[in-house]
Design a protein around this ligand. Structure first.
Ligand code: ADP
Ligand code: MG
Length: 465
């Protein structure tokens, strides 16, 4: 009931506002007409009450045709509650957790001295940043606009506006690039900032090593005291690893309370990380949560052109277009494809044209031939025995609106087309209709197994074609 109301509100607000002020408000329970909500902190509660409560009540009334009341409680977790457990680990190596044996098995920790096991020095460039992953080489598009802008804002005014900044999305979509970008930019502006960048896996290994070698004081100093900005990649890695989560929780608190900027990436939203402690997911939601999505065609073309130019390769617009059309899965694949095409051309001493691109990528790319919007509409219509004209039409009957939403969702997922483009091809609907359809299906698929099965079967059918 609450999440439905939120879904309804989302298109009425801009994304950033929504993520920042509404998304963190959770439903605790429903008693008749009273919704008991939960906010992660008092500030958020008050802000919500003064700015968005009316809107939310309005939406609820609209949906359910009756009036609701809302009560909001603040659920703040005690920051130091689990400190004791950590000390137990340090004092009694025999109680080592599974994480510790994991670190040992993988050989990743301890055996080799790690570059990270020293506190950062003021003035020194941050460790571990890829020299090319800077903001100026990052192409912005609708798919990554919010994440990129927020990353830049965080680098501009660290610790103030978007803290923590949480960037999530699928593989190869630029999360790491943006994270490094923040590090480069912060260092450029203030070389004295002590910037710590590492993956969550490295963080775990460092922690395990520190515990094993009785270097916990050094560890604590490095991440809690001698750090002005913490950039952590792929936080989902520590989900389910209790000691590491605990430790990260304390690091987070120490830095957050000191007003230090924290940027975290992950492959999904905090709430979807199975095994992640709730007090951590709630903290990760405190600041701004921004996603990176599959880039649309225009952005892919811009990326291909920029990468080519960077490597002094000449690429005609038609060639850039043909590569961008064939590779839709992610930016990393796109880079690989560009490399393959140019390498082959050099090898054979031929000019690159679209036909050449197709001959090279047609066979080797992991992408299948692009799925078209027509193909999705046809498959969905056949699956649910409805007419394609109904999918494009306006009838709201559930037997038609469901397939229509599924078709829109699959178009978005499989064709790389933009929301406006999909809307246009469904009888000229507004892009917000498409966005809502995608959200609805995503939400429904989690609850409704039949729908989930239908979507997956269609996805399989279309991707295999
Ligand atoms: P992720 O961390 O999301 O898996 P990465 O940040 O490692 O993805 O990006 C994969 C590759 O794609 C990198 O080489 C990165 O530079 C490039 N890339 C991703 N998005 C963009 C973009 N918008 N503009 C330029 N390069 C990008
Ligand atoms: Mg990454």
């Amino acid at each position: 009931i609450w999440s439905e109301a939120l879904d309804g509100l989302e298109p009425r607000l801009d994304r950033q506002t929504f993520d920042m002020w509404l998304r963190p408000i959770r439903l605790a329970r429903v008693e008749g007409n009273l919704l008991q909500l939960r906010a992660p902190n008092r500030f958020l509660k008050e802000w919500f009450e003064t700015h968005y409560l009316d809107l939310a009540l309005d939406e609820l009334e609209l949906r359910h045709e009756r009036k609701f009341e809302v009560a909001i409680e603040v659920v703040e977790e005690a920051g130091e509650a689990t400190r004791g457990q950590l000390e137990v680990v340090v004092d009694h190596p025999a109680t080592r957790s599974s994480e510790i044996s994991h670190g040992r098995d993988s050989g990743a920790a301890g055996e080799q001295p790690s570059a990270y096991r020293v506190s950062p020095r003021r003035g020194a460039p941050p460790r571990g940043l890829h020299p090319r992953y800077r903001f100026d080489s990052f192409i912005k598009g609708a798919s990554n606009e919010l994440a990129a802008s927020a990353a830049m804002a965080a680098a501009d005014e660290p610790g103030t506006r978007f803290n923590p900044l949480f960037i999530y999305g699928g593989v190869g979509l630029g999360k790491t690039h943006l994270l490094h970008g923040v590090g480069h930019e912060l260092h450029r502006k203030d070389p004295n900032l002590r910037i710590v960048y590492l993956s969550a896996e490295q963080f775990m290994n460092e922690f395990v090593t520190a515990v094993r070698n009785n270097e916990f004081d050094e560890f604590r100093a490095r991440y809690r005291r001698d750090c002005d900005c913490l950039l952590i990649d792929d936080i989902q890695f520590i989900a389910g690893r209790d000691r590491t989560m605990d430790e990260f929780f304390h690091v987070f608190n120490a830095l957050y309370e000191a007003g230090k900027q924290i940027v975290v990436t992950a492959d999904r939203v905090p709430a979807d990380m199975a095994g992640m402690e709730e007090r951590l997911t709630s903290r990760l939601n405190w600041g701004l949560v921004a996603d990176v999505q599959l880039p649309d065609l225009e952005t892919r073309i811009a990326i291909v052109q920029t990468k080519a130019a960077r490597d002094d390769m000449e690429l005609s617009p038609e060639v850039a277009l043909s590569i961008a059309e064939l590779v839709r899965s992610n930016v990393r694949e796109l880079e690989g494809a560009l490399l393959r095409v140019t390498a082959f051309a050099q090898l054979r001493g031929v000019e690159i044209d679209p036909a050449f691109v197709r001959s090279v990528l047609g066979k080797t790319t992991t992408d299948k031939l692009p799925v078209t919007i027509e193909a999705v509409q046809k498959a969905v219509a056949a699956y649910f025995s409805v007419k394609i004209s109904d999918l494009k039409g306006k009838r709201r009957h559930r037997g038609i609106s469901r397939p229509r939403m599924i078709a829109m969702y699959l178009c978005r997922q499989l064709t790389g087309s933009s929301f406006p483009e999909i809307g246009m091809r469904f009888g000229g609907k507004d892009h917000s209709t498409v966005i809502n359809a995608c959200k609805r299906i995503e939400a429904l698929a989690k609850e409704d197994e039949d729908l989930h099965a239908a979507v997956e079967s269609l996805r399989g059918q279309l991707s295999a074609a």
